[in-house]
Design a protein around this ligand. Structure first.
Ligand SMILES: [Zn+2]
Length: 384
């Protein structure tokens, strides 16, 4: 490849401009081959820049990245295993530049991930999420019902994945109502009177709902069914996120979730939209299209890798989900291997018309399968 192709991308400031262009532009219009070239040329500069400011990542890149200038495709970028954010504080900025910390919701006894966010990253995350969601639900603001309690939003300096998503979707709200209360024991209790009056008031117009998948199901849909409630809001759109682990344990398929949730709300099943995203990459979300496939936005991508060799899978095959994003500047979150499994459904030819890679989430990976990957990283003792 001729060197002049990369001239624009050799400085972090030029790259920042290109990332902003991608965030502002159409999200699903670039054919994969073109997107590969654009994103890789950005990642070469971005990863090296972050490596220069984050010593442990610098060592990781040196050891696993090979010749950064020779990266030709997304799969050449070495992915960092997400558990590393639980074990190390991986920051590429001095503490005074940190405007926010993102925390994974930790289950008892487990260390949460801590992600440090600077002003640039925070700004990009908010704009990116808005840019993506706009292409799925349209630009207009509408009444917003949060299927959660106000306490889940957090205080702004320390945000959980849940809080970040509630706030992010809130950019499309003209008025926000919380559907639940947080009980002293931490459980959530739906405020059915409040919910019914919200729907009664906004019966005829568009409304937006958001909740974590398991909460939507266990605290809203099944309870509404038990109470015989049907809300009849035909212009409702429900966004939900946060994993299917607990639901697959209850043997609830995505199809059943969509069908029964749509029946309770009275809207079309295609208006029940699941999105996939990690707290380690807030703002980078992979939203379901009308065909039920998840698409990568313009500034990000997905790589599905074989568990043992980490090679990219072929179309139609399942593997570990890696998420790639050009948003982060304050931490090494550009390429992350997750603990989830997904299937690469296709490239550039989804029936919905969106271009690029598209995939489906299939399951969580058992801890043992990913451990080998994490151990490799931790072997560099000096990282501690
Ligand atoms: Zn699609």
């Amino acid at each position: 490849m001729a060197d002049h192709n990369n001239v624009r991308s050799t400085h972090p400031t030029d790259v920042a401009e290109r990332v902003d262009e991608l965030i502002r532009g159409p999200q699903y219009a670039m054919p994969q081959a073109e997107k590969d070239a654009v994103l890789v040329s950005i990642l070469r500069v971005l990863c090296r820049d972050v490596a220069g400011r984050c010593e442990p990542y610098g060592r990781f890149l040196e050891r696993f990245g090979g010749d950064v200038d020779a990266w030709q495709s997304m799969s050449d970028v070495p992915p960092l295993p997400v558990p590393m954010f639980k074990r190390f504080l991986l920051s590429a900025v001095p503490p005074e530049k940190v405007v926010r910390q993102l925390l994974s919701s930790s289950t008892t006894g487990r260390q949460p991930s801590r992600i440090v966010i600077d002003k640039t990253t925070a700004f990009r995350q908010a704009r990116a999420l808005t840019s993506i969601l706009k292409e799925h639900i349209g630009p207009r603001r509408r009444p917003y019902l949060v299927l959660d309690a106000p306490e889940s939003v957090g205080d702004g300096e320390n945000l959980t994945a849940r809080g970040a998503a509630i706030r992010g979707v809130g950019n499309f709200a003209d008025k926000t109502t919380f559907a639940m209360r947080s009980l002293p024991d931490g459980n959530l209790e739906p405020n059915w009177e409040g919910i019914e009056s919200f729907f009664a008031e906004h019966q005829s117009g568009p409304v937006l709902l958001f909740g974590f998948t398991f909460i939507v199901w266990s605290r809203f849909v099944t309870e509404a069914e038990r109470r015989g409630l049907r809300f009849g809001v035909s212009e409702a759109v429900l966004l939900h996120s946060g994993g299917w682990k607990k639901l697959t344990a209850d043997a609830v398929s995505k199809e059943e979730f969509g069908r029964r949730t749509a029946a309770v709300l009275g809207c079309d099943e295609r208006c029940i939209l699941d999105f996939y995203g990690m707290v380690e990459q807030v703002g980078t979300v992979f939203v379901d299209c009308e065909a039920g496939n998840k698409h990568a936005p313009a500034f990000a991508d997905v790589v599905i890798r074989r568990p043992l060799t980490l090679e990219q899978v072929d179309i139609g095959q399942a593997g570990i989900i890696e998420v790639v994003s050009t948003l982060p500047t304050s931490y090494p979150g550009q390429a992350l291997i997750t603990e989830d499994q997904g299937m690469l459904v296709g490239v550039d030819d989804c029936p919905c018309g969106r271009l690029g890679n598209y995939f489906r989430f299939t399951s969580r990976i058992e801890q043992t399968e990913i451990r080998g990957c994490g151990d490799t990283f931790a072997q560099s003792r000096e990282l501690r």
